[in-house]
Design a protein around this ligand. Structure first.
Ligand SMILES: [Zn+2]
Length: 78
């Protein structure tokens, strides 16, 4: 199940354009593939679902948009 191409994570929030290359120390959270859960995340990030390519499997949001304690909470239940 490994991907062939090397890939890096990038933040879906356009203003920030954070990537793991630019800011390797940041926490990048992968959004759930499940549509309902994903849409909740997008709302939490104030992103319109329609702005996001639904074909993308790996969507990430960097920690800038979340309170760290929320991140830890979500990571623990994910
Ligand atoms: Zn970000």
């Amino acid at each position: 199940m490994e991907t062939k191409t090397p890939y890096f994570k990038y933040c879906i929030v356009p203003l920030y354009k954070n990537t793991t290359v630019k800011v390797p120390d940041k926490i990048f959270i992968i959004l759930p593939e499940d549509k309902i859960r994903r849409s909740k995340w997008l709302k939490a990030c104030r992103r319109n679902e329609k702005d996001i390519s639904q074909s993308s499997r790996s969507l990430h949001v960097c920690e800038d948009h979340f309170n760290v304690s929320i991140i830890k909470y979500y990571m623990s239940i994910y």
